[in-house]
Design a protein around this ligand. Structure first.
Ligand SMILES: *Cc1c(COP(=O)(O)O)cnc(C)c1O
Length: 415
């Protein structure tokens, strides 16, 4: 389905680019923040699955993906869903909470985290972060705990291992509270040789298009506790499959993203991809979710057609992590040269740098053009509020408020 307005828009854009080229205005393209681990081999896989619809209902590849992820991550059990947020919903089911139980969540995260808590009939209690690694501040966690606290969602942001990791785990253990590690940004990061997500009761990961590896949308929940795993598996078995239309749209997003964000000729191929695949583009978080309502399609498990992309992405993730670490050294040097504080590496940790976060002046965060002009990159603004992308911060989280005002993030895969 080719839409005429997309052709018109593409032509107008090409004319604009030609004009820029002639008048030597820079930059023509910038390094984007999304989809950067998608390569031609992923496009080939998406095309193959689009042609083989008879295999869409078979679960073999999903099971293989569970095994491959568990092995790579050093976890006993892994289950794949259509989103890190759904994996978190599975984790919340697995800890068997009573209605109205409280879950301590970071006062600086995505709206989907608090939503998952809400959808489960539980109460999200925000607590403040620290500004070294944007993880939970252990004293704020302690202050947020009540007799009804069932779990703490402990996050590792931007690919960094959070500063108070050990302290929060110890605190939770002393109080008999579960820990769910939000590793949506930090798939592959290690602390003392163990990948994050394995020390808490459960951990979850995201393969959404802006994360460490991508299946356009997707997520994984892991645990090393067999009893918890049984409940997680129960949630997974009951989860519906996504519709064929959704699977088709998702698969078309793979060539779309490749030709828009990654291909060397994307100055031209991006507009072609928009004309051909633009109508398939999926949004990560709907307006409904921003408003805290549960979409009718929420809660699906991952089908084989998507898991096949995950298996291929896992094969490449270590090489991408290496590249991200190298880029981080460049941003370290940029920080030193410009008088900003480098991203903190907690002793004993190996971060994976999904993005390179820097605290800058609020005016610099508001003005996104400087990074395009001076560095040739798209500037990330995670997070725009406690409940990104919804603006606003809770009253008791001054450091979260400061991060909202001052934290920008640089891409770690430069193209
Ligand atoms: C992206 C993200 C999630 C949710 O992952 P999805 O796959 O998008 O559902 C959870 N927590 C954080 C911190 C995230 O950035």
């Amino acid at each position: 389905m080719i839409e005429r307005w997309r052709i018109r828009r593409a032509l107008q854009h090409q004319v604009g680019q030609l004009h820029k080229l002639v008048t030597r205005q820079l930059p023509l393209t910038v390094t984007p923040l999304l989809g950067l681990t998608i390569d031609a081999d992923d496009v080939a896989i998406a095309r193959r699955w689009l042609q083989n619809r008879t295999e869409w209902t078979c679960d073999d590849v999903v099971t293989a993906y569970h095994r491959a992820f568990a092995a790579w991550n050093g976890s006993r059990h892994a289950y794949a869903f259509m989103g890190g947020r759904v994996a978190l919903s599975g984790c919340l089911h697995a800890i068997d909470p009573a209605p109205g139980d409280e879950i301590v969540v970071p006062g600086y995260s995505c709206v989907v985290v608090q939503n998952a808590v809400k959808y489960a009939g539980l109460k999200a209690v925000p607590c403040d972060i620290e500004l070294d690694t944007y993880g939970l501040d252990v004293s704020s966690v302690e202050a947020a705990i009540t007799p009804r606290t069932k779990a703490i969602v402990l996050q590792h942001l931007f690919g960094l291992v959070c500063r108070d990791y050990e302290q929060v785990l110890d605190l939770a253990q002393r109080r008999g509270i579960a820990v769910i590690e939000d590793c949506a940004h930090s798939t592959g990061a290690e602390y003392r040789g163990i990948k994050v997500g394995n020390r808490g009761t459960l951990g979850f990961y995201s393969s959404e298009q802006s994360k460490m590896f991508t299946t356009v949308q997707g997520g994984m929940a892991v645990t090393n506790d067999d009893r918890i795993a049984a409940r997680l598996e129960e949630y997974w078995r009951r989860a519906p499959r996504p519709s064929d239309t959704f699977i088709e749209d998702l698969l078309f997003n793979v060539p779309f993203q490749y030709y828009t964000l990654k291909h060397w000729g994307r100055l031209v191929t991006a507009d072609m991809a928009d004309v051909l695949y633009g109508h398939h583009v999926l949004e990560s978080t709907s307006l409904e979710e921003n408003a805290g309502r549960k979409p009718a399609t929420y809660g699906a498990r991952m089908p084989s057609a998507v898991a096949a992309l995950g298996v291929n992405q896992l094969r490449k993730i270590d090489a991408y992590i290496e590249r991200r670490r190298q880029t981080a050294r460049t941003w370290d040097a940029w920080c030193d040269a410009h008088g900003y504080k480098r991203a903190t590496v907690v002793e004993g940790s190996s971060p994976v740098y999904l993005r390179y976060p820097v605290l800058v002046e609020p005016q610099l965060k508001e003005d996104r053009e400087w990074a395009r002009q001076e560095l040739g990159i798209d500037l990330g603004v995670w997070f725009l509020g406690t409940n990104h992308p919804v603006p606003g911060v809770p009253e008791n989280c001054p450091r979260a408020a400061e991060a909202v005002a001052r934290c920008v993030n640089f891409p770690s895969l430069l193209s």
